[in-house]
Design a protein. Sequence first.
Length: 184
Amino acid sequence: MNLKHQKLIPAIRNMKDLEVMIKSSFTYGVFLDLHVAQVKNVVSLAKSHGKEMFLHVDMIHGLKSDEYATEFIIQEIKPAGIISTRGNVIMKAKQKGIISIQRLFLIDQTALEKSYQVIEKTQPDYIELLPGVLPNFIQEVREKTGRNILAGGLIRTVEDIETAIEAGAEAVTTSNKDLWKYFK
């Protein structure tokens, strides 16, 4: 997948965030914290403004994060891609030919080693590393897996974004609207 040189991916948490993103030059965004009844309408609204949205399946309230929900979302909602911490969700997204983003939380060495096992099995299109302010791990995970990296979580400054990009992240996800203006 080509993010069209978009170095920042806005993470949308509410309708005000979506309004800001729609008025921006960003093509890609990610929806977080949606209610199942909102999903179709907000994705349609974004698409009507030329925006391509990723859905974080684990954060859709009222929908179980599993392969059945993933198949439903892909067929009915048609997002640009799926984000999940769950391997079965990522494998279903891959099977259905949609962009898959495996979200990983780097909390300790055991989590890192388990993450490598999951990546080997799921083969996602992208890996989103959280927290995204760990440049050494961005570089390590990219080299070890051969996958494109998105960095997210605890991104607070323009320097955090630049550091993540320099370390090998293709892009950074953030809900911090103050940072969006620097990367339009």
